[in-house]
Design a protein around this ligand. Structure first.
Ligand code: ARG
Length: 456
């Protein structure tokens, strides 16, 4: 196949080398961004008189035809081509003839490719933002019905204090909100124009980069041509945001997996998102959640791979940089599918409030409240802690539940205990007592829901 750069070469490229170095399979997906970028570039070339305005118009019209024909499936990319840029130039040449050759005036694939990736990712980030918003929207919608639903809050995976299911779900709302924020932040630095930097040093053609930036919706022009073609910080930032999203999804999935185990039974995942076993007829397995948990490794690997690729890379463009897209798109596709699956799983899950409540009985997650009770009666908290420790130990020996003890039984441990003590030890009271801002008491959670709504 004819090369964009064949003139200097006497021999054909070894076919294995061609296959080894091609990026067609990676960059094909950016075809639309490539055309949009080319249209802006060539329009500017015409307006500045760098090429005759008539040629510019002809190329723009040709690019528009190519765009429509690709969209309709009339033009097929050759899977063995070098990259999407050369394929689109080939299509254009087939469409309008040799004038197509003027498109690449004052441009290199080095600045072209990063312009394409930035354009492509900008739209993809907006898509991810919408997916995260959907998850958050579901949480805010679901939360009010679970404000009074208790489950054990854990530290060290041991029962600590009861929390409301709404509160627990809302914790993920805020994680996803920070994820959106990180994506928006990375988008900001992504949204700058490298085009016009040419191969590395700029060009002698009197380009108007501001004009191109404006047409393509970039906020600014990258001020240094060397930096423009070799910077991949914005990809690292995106990958870091993506890896963080994956850790959040993985934590959520870990909880769904664990909650759906028959030992807990806090949730039942829907038939439509679970799978069975080929040998054990009773099984309903949370494979989707496990796959999401498993795929974190891919995205963390993508981030690591990109960081390692950039380390020690001298300025400016080096072919190593072509690898950016394999990391970037793998992470993007993984996060997208995992967000889609997480939404499906979460929005179809059946929570089991009774099981959650039953698991609290006799769990001593009310012990802090007995200590707090004594402290309010004037006992130093350290001493109260110790007294209640003795109560707990005694209950364990006697196989009694703290919330079932009579006033007399409690008073054996301290004179400060009055008639009102047992009511503070009911789990619902324990949860309702945590009224501090951001706490799990229904009153605080309702306020939190309002804050979450305001964010959305
Ligand atoms: N396919 C390359 C990339 O993705 C862009 C082409 C630049 N190639 C070159 N030999 N300078 O980075």
């Amino acid at each position: 196949m004819a090369k964009l750069w064949g003139g200097r070469f006497e021999k054909e490229t070894n076919q294995a080398v061609e296959a080894f170095s091609a990026s067609m399979s990676l960059d094909q997906r950016m075809w639309h961004a490539d055309i949009i970028g080319s249209i802006a570039h060539v329009r500017m070339l015409g307006m500045k008189g760098i090429i005759p305005p008539q040629d510019s118009s002809e190329i723009i019209a040709g690019l528009q035809i190519v765009r429509n024909r690709i969209a309709k499936g009339e033009l097929q990319f050759d899977p063995n081509a070098e990259d999407v840029h050369s394929e689109i130039e080939r299509f254009l040449t087939e469409e309008i003839g040799p004038v197509a050759g003027k498109l690449h005036t004052g441009r290199s694939r080095n600045d072209q490719v990063v312009t394409d990736v930035r354009l492509y990712m900008r739209a993809e980030i907006d898509g991810l933002d919408a997916m995260l918003s959907d998850m958050m929207g579901w949480i805010v919608e679901a939360a009010p019905q679970y404000v009074e639903t208790m489950l054990p809050g854990l530290t060290h995976t041991q029962h600590a204090q009861p929390v409301s299911l709404a509160h627990h779900l809302l914790a993920y709302f805020w994680m996803f909100e920070r994820d959106r924020d990180r994506l928006r932040d990375s988008r900001k630095r992504m949204n700058r124009l490298p085009l016009g930097s040419a191969a590395l040093a700029g060009t002698g053609f009197p380009l108007d980069r501001q004009m191109v930036a404006k047409e393509l919706g970039f906020e600014a022009v990258i001020p240094n041509s060397l930096d423009a073609v070799s910077d991949r910080d914005w990809i690292i930032e995106f990958l870091s945001a993506a890896a963080t999203i994956m850790t959040h999804l993985s934590r959520l999935c870990e909880e769904l997996i664990w909650w759906s185990s028959p030992d807990l039974g806090f949730v039942e995942c829907d038939d439509t998102v679970t799978t069975g076993s080929s040998i054990m007829p009773q099984k309903k397995n949370p494979d989707v959640a496990e796959l999401i948990r498993g795929r974190v490794g891919k995205v963390v690997g993508d981030l690591t791979g990109m960081l390692v690729t950039m380390k020690s890379l001298p300025l400016a463009y080096n072919r190593d940089l072509q690898e950016d897209k394999s990391y970037l798109f793998d992470a993007l596709d993984t996060v997208k599918s995992c967000l889609e699956m997480s939404y499906l799983m979460l929005s179809t899950a059946q929570f089991r409030p009774q099981q959650m409540k039953d698991s609290l009985s006799g769990d001593f997650s009310n012990a802090t409240d007995l200590a707090d009770y004594l402290a309010r009666k004037g006992m130093p908290f350290r001493q109260a802690h110790s007294v209640v420790g003795h109560v707990v130990r005694w209950c364990i020996e006697q196989e009694l539940h703290l919330e079932d003890l009579s006033v007399a039984q409690l008073r054996a441990f301290s004179e400060l205990i009055d008639e009102d003590a047992p009511q503070y030890l009911q789990h619902i009271a324990v949860m309702r007592a945590r009224t501090s801002e951001g706490g799990t008491a229904p009153s605080a959670v309702l306020e939190q829901i309002e804050k979450a709504k305001a964010v959305l």
